[in-house]
Design a protein around this ligand. Sequence first.
Ligand code: FAD
Length: 405
Amino acid sequence: MDLNYTPEDVAFRKSVRAWLEQNLPRNPIRTLEERRVWHRRLYEGGYLGMGWPKAYGGGDARPMEQAIVADELARASAPAPTNGLGLGIVGPTIVVHGTDAQKTRYLRKILAAEELWCQLYSEPNAGSDLAALRTRAEDKGDHFIVNGQKTWTSAGSIADWGLLLARTDPAVAKHKGITCFLINMRQPGIEVRPLKQITGSSEFSEVFMTSARVEKTDQIGRLGEGWAIAQTTLGYERGGRALARITSYASQYGRLVEVARRLKRHGRPLIDDPVIRQKLGRIWAELEVERYGALRTLTLLERGEHPGAGGSLTKLSYSEFEKRFMEMAMEILGPYGQLTEGAPEELRLEIDTAVGEQGTWAYAFLWSRAGTIYAGSSEIQKNVIGERILGLPKETRADRVGGAR
Ligand SMILES: Cc1cc2nc3c(=O)[nH]c(=O)nc-3n(C[C@H](O)[C@H](O)[C@H](O)COP(=O)(O)OP(=O)(O)OC[C@H]3O[C@@H](n4cnc5c(N)ncnc54)[C@H](O)[C@@H]3O)c2cc1C
């Protein structure tokens, strides 16, 4: 791992920082429309889809340049763009597996946030055991007709399009009969019902498909190839944005240290309490471990390699860390940690939620559970690490539910 930045990298970082000073929104973003405006400004600045091909609106940028931008955005506590699933999952999947016509039709509109996307994988009885999915897509000549139900669909309520996994052949082994499609969410056959979460917001939904239509031109890859395509998608979900996450944890950690300086218990600032200092020190040390883990992934990407099952190590590690970190934050904040409004300015944490609202420490704490579930739960990551990295024997039928993600 080479941890030194080249003079070009240093100059690039300087230019990103200068751009952010000029362009960062002055006021907190409160609505989806305001987030779209910020998204477009980022895109016009060249900071979205940086690794995508230039021919389709991307920047052909190196992984290191992408990491520097992610780093600077987090350092400046910049709001997130909208269309997270379009940028993080759908776009990269189309870049790798899509036809030229699909790339031309969809990629630019994802980058410009003209079309917002969701991911239609999980079903009520197919989460970890994703290959058990039952949504059917039937071939009708020039199109498919889709019937079934998806759930936990992030951004489903605002999405124009969805990346769908559906069963096209129920007669073959369950991993082999699945195909990947792009489905228009704005059609009569699609009903989206938002689900209320413990955080108070409704970032994900149930999606019901009743004779919904998918054009043949919107099939991704070959018939029955959906499982392999889903593995690419999950790879992006697990390993891809680790460094940006670590940097945003670091900025939240900085906020927490400030809070510990301001808050008093028994007449003394919390930061003077040796137990609190010890805990803050432990979190900082863990954060450094996470940072080096993310840099290791970056090194692989720079060399043109894919982290593969290593993405599971990164994902397991940072999502479990986030939980410990937020538990620590709650201990330090005491009752202030539970406030969803009315906290004094210096004790507030303004973070983005997926649907354009502003979050709080309470939101961040509750949300920290999610990372250990989405994109494959911690238990599933441990299975992947055990089997594919450590070479342990595979789960047997007796100790597993089915062909886990
Ligand atoms: C915030 C959030 C956003 C999400 N967004 C999306 C989205 O946009 N699109 C989408 O398609 N899905 C989404 N999901 C769904 C997510 O992928 C699933 O929740 C996840 O895969 C787990 O599936 P499940 O909820 O059905 O739990 P289950 O699979 O029923 O698992 C229940 C428990 O059993 C454990 N378990 C299951 N199988 C095994 C095994 N073989 N070995 C050991 N333990 C096992 C699990 O770890 C878990 O603790 C989202 C989830 C969350 C939390």
